[in-house]
Ligand binder design. Structure first.
Ligand code: SF4
Ligand code: SF4
Length: 390
């Protein structure tokens, strides 16, 4: 009975939104996946979120794969003149498809969730994999009580060791012993579960993560991952119905604060040539952080800094979010090729971002397609700049 009432509530909510659609197709024109899947007519945002409702039980199974093409970049929401949250509808439909098991591929997703809950990361990695990046540096795996805690996140610590290292070393350079890492105890914030449609699993993981952070007496949590940031900053309230007992900051917010309060000295960097910044969707459109990374880059880079046409609120997704990197890597990389071409047109030599998923997707795409641009995480330039002074 509970399942049926939940499904009914989900459908009613999406239908209410759908009634406001004026069929202007702005969402379709803005979707980063459309240019690379134009032969797949089922994959456009309006179809996924609105047309599917015409006959939900018949169409949802057919549309199932298409639902997982969406990177949840939220650009369609930004341009929609009727204020429809298309991304929310797509996430609800993913959740509905999962609950009702109306597609035979749901078992793949359920298997993924089972592994996520067991390993506390989406890569089925054992706990010690979270600390592999720290092998050559003076990092104690034991967690100590501290005022400021770094939450690296699964992708940062397991898949992007460079970002894990530069995030830790730069914060350590600024804060000394005042900062700690959670090491093997760090879990998953629950975002992967939420994105693929399992809210209960997301709640369970987030609740455990909050307990872990609180157990070391954290007053400020700093994370380089926009997905983790959004879960701790907004998800705790929305999913767990409580406020975290600690302040949550993205790495760029924290560094922005210490620079603007003159608490650190920075060296200038000029070796990369022309640089630009790519707004990660979750950090920018999702959490409203556009100025802090640009402020940091302007303080550090001594050279030409350019913006591309699709930036800030209208930034184009790298293609790696929403589970697309995991379930449709080819699509994620095609979207990254498109996005990178916008920077190449401006002759950008180094692209800076502030998200491990963007970094990963761009890095593999650059390597695979031999694109002559360097991808950097913002923590890399911060550390380099600090090391020039000290
Ligand atoms: S942008 Fe909004 S109103 Fe226009 S077609 Fe898309 S959902 Fe409908
Ligand atoms: S959230 Fe992004 S990828 Fe998904 S439908 Fe909207 S514009 Fe396309």
């Amino acid at each position: 009975m509970k399942l049926l009432s939940t499904i009914h509530r989900v459908i009613t909510e999406i239908q209410k939104d759908a009634e406001k659609c004026i069929r202007c197709n702005l969402c379709v024109a803005s979707c980063p996946l459309i240019p690379i899947i134009s032969n797949n007519l089922r994959a456009d945002p309006r179809m996924l979120s609105i047309d599917i409702l015409r006959d939900i039980y018949r169409t949802a199974p057919i549309m199932y794969d298409s639902l997982y093409y969406c990177t949840t970049c939220m650009k369609c929401n930004t341009v929609c003149p009727s204020g429809i949250s298309i991304t929310r509808s797509i996430l609800m439909l993913r959740s509905l498809t999962m609950q009702k098991a109306i597609h035979d591929k749901v078992f793949q997703i359920k298997f993924f969730i089972k592994s996520l809950l067991k390993h506390k990361n989406p890569y089925s990695a054992p706990p010690n994999m979270r600390c592999i990046w720290a092998n050559n540096i003076d990092f104690k795996k034991e967690v100590h009580k501290s005022r400021i805690t770094i939450w690296l996140g699964c992708t940062t610590s397991i898949r992007t060791p460079t970002i894990a290292k530069t995030t830790y070393l730069s914060l350590r350079e600024i804060l000394g012993n005042e900062v700690t890492l959670l090491g093997e105890k760090e879990g998953c914030c629950g975002k992967p579960a939420l994105l693929i449609g399992d809210e209960n699993a997301a709640k369970e993981l987030l609740s455990e993560a909050v307990d872990t952070v609180e157990s070391v007496g954290t007053e400020i949590l700093v994370t380089p991952c926009p997905a983790c940031y959004s879960m701790f900053k907004s998800g705790v309230k929305e999913l767990l119905n409580k406020e975290p007992s600690f302040k949550v900051m993205h790495y760029t917010e924290f560094i922005h604060n210490v620079i603007s309060q003159d608490l650190i000295n920075l060296g200038e960097i000029s070796e990369y040539g022309k640089v630009s910044y790519h707004d990660p969707c979750e950090l920018g459109r999702g959490m409203g952080i556009f100025d802090e990374p640009r402020y940091i880059i302007n303080k550090i880079v001594n050279g030409e800094i350019v913006e591309v046409l699709e930036s800030r609120e209208l930034s184009r997704c790298c293609g790696g979010g929403g589970g697309v990197w995991a379930f449709h890597t080819d699509l994620a990389m095609s979207a990254a090729v498109y996005r990178l071409s916008q920077f190449m047109k401006q002759n950008v030599k180094a692209l800076i971002s502030a998200c491990p998923t963007c970094y990963l997707n761009f890095k593999y795409t650059i390597m695979t397609h031999e694109i002559p641009v360097k991808i950097l995480d913002i923590s890399q330039i911060v550390l380099k700049s600090l090391q020039k002074i000290n």
